[in-house]
Design a protein around this ligand. Structure first.
Ligand SMILES: NC(=O)C1=CN([C@@H]2O[C@H](COP(=O)(O)OP(=O)(O)OC[C@H]3O[C@@H](n4cnc5c(N)ncnc54)[C@H](OP(=O)(O)O)[C@@H]3O)[C@@H](O)[C@H]2O)C=CC1
Ligand SMILES: N[C@@H](CC=O)C(=O)O
Length: 329
């Protein structure tokens, strides 16, 4: 038995680099050891370009052999994104008996049920809090904290980069393309920015929340989706003239009996009154309102994108996964 819980990190971009720096921070090491019951050890970081130096990451940890790295880990953390090779590496990890953590919403939206089944088959966990609303612990709230209640609707701003763009255009008069460029510089945009701008990222997140809330058998094709690229100067001017602000709102709501729920989902730009709770999200923030029969109306608000903020959620999942490793030893 290893004296440490061995962590393999797949990806060291905006999110992965922040996770690696925290795992290598000596001030955090004792804290994680106490919380887990054994020290965490970062055994390697898989990247495409191993020659590039990465602030705060020992170059000796870098490898281009992601599959070889997976074989050496108790917990595999996927923050590379995309649909190739991430799913194959996660499958390999599960078959090797490793716990799996991912922030990859597109992968989960498209292949989540299959990966969940594979995790169960191999007796490992699949944690993905960072995949929805970055730093905001919404998956745990909807899936676990409200497991004794009946959620009726979920509505919110679940994409940080488009919120940043819409906010800068509306409040600061920044040109749309310039705001998109700034969102990219802050690390908010996906590798393919059309995922954000066309509402696909928000659609993936609302699918994950609908599954968490209702166990619903839904896919991204079930989401009625409109992104923000079709918005015109006229749309922004009309909204402002009416005291409103345009936000990209994602919603899911349940109808029918709880035992056989019918779920509908949508993503679309909406002109909201300035005092609407969803209008309060500034720059890269996200906000979500969850309605449940007994709990009533809950609101979560916080950072919806960014390396350090998303790393908070990934690290929470790593601690949870590492505890499972220690318990099962
Ligand atoms: N950015 C954010 O605010 C948030 C992102 N996420 C999700 O987290 C994931 C990562 O996002 P982000 O950090 O922004 O992405 P980046 O594009 O910044 O980083 C991707 C990293 O993965 C590595 N990588 C990509 N493909 C491969 C491959 N085939 N083999 C080895 N390494 C590879 C890259 O290597 P190299 O550096 O050499 O190019 C890079 O280090 C995505 O799924 C994203 O949706 C979730 C919440 C918030
Ligand atoms: N591109 C995403 C990053 C976090 O999930 C976003 O803008 O919200």
């Amino acid at each position: 038995m290893s004296q440490t819980v061995r962590i393999a990190l797949l990806g060291a971009g905006t999110v992965g680099a922040a996770v690696a720096r925290r795992l290598c921070d000596p001030r955090r090491a004792d804290l994680y050891a106490a919380r887990v019951g054994r020290p965490l050890e970062l055994v390697g970081v898989a990247v495409r370009d191993t020659t590039r130096s990465r602030d705060g990451i020992d170059p000796a940890l870098l490898t281009a052999d992601a599959s070889g790295l997976v074989e050496r880990a108790d917990v595999v953390v996927e923050v590379m994104g995309g649909l190739d090779p991430a799913p194959a590496l996660l499958e390999q990890a599960m078959r090797c008996g490793a716990q799996v953590v991912t922030a990859n919403k597109q992968l989960l939206a498209q292949q989540g049920p299959r990966l969940e089944a594979l995790a169960a088959e191999n007796g490992v966990g699949l944690d993905y809090e960072a995949a929805v609303m970055a730093a905001i612990p919404v998956v745990a709230v909807v899936r676990d904290s409200l497991a004794g209640d009946l959620v009726t609707s979920i509505s919110g701003i679940v994409n940080g980069s488009t919120n940043y763009v819409l906010d800068l255009v509306a409040r600061k008069g920044v040109a749309f393309d310039d705001a998109v460029r700034q969102a990219g510089e802050l690390g908010y945009l996906e590798a393919d920015p059309t995922e954000d701008l066309e509402g696909l990222d928000a659609a993936a997140k609302i699918v994950l929340l609908a599954r968490a809330a209702w166990g619903a058998d839904v896919s991204i094709d079930d989401v009625q989706r409109t992104g923000i690229t079709g918005l015109t100067d006229d749309d922004f001017e009309t909204a402002a003239a009416n005291g409103k602000i345009i936000k990209l709102v994602a919603s899911a709501w349940r109808s029918g009996p709880p035992e056989n729920p019918r779920v509908e989902m949508g993503v679309r730009p909406v002109a909201l009154p300035q005092d609407d709770p969803l209008a309060q999200a500034r720059e890269g923030a996200n906000v979500v309102i969850i309605e449940a029969e007994s709990a009533g109306r809950l609101r979560l608000h916080g950072a919806g994108a960014g390396g350090e903020e998303t790393a908070s959620a990934v690290l929470g999942d790593i601690v949870r996964a590492a505890r499972r490793v220690v318990r099962s030893a």
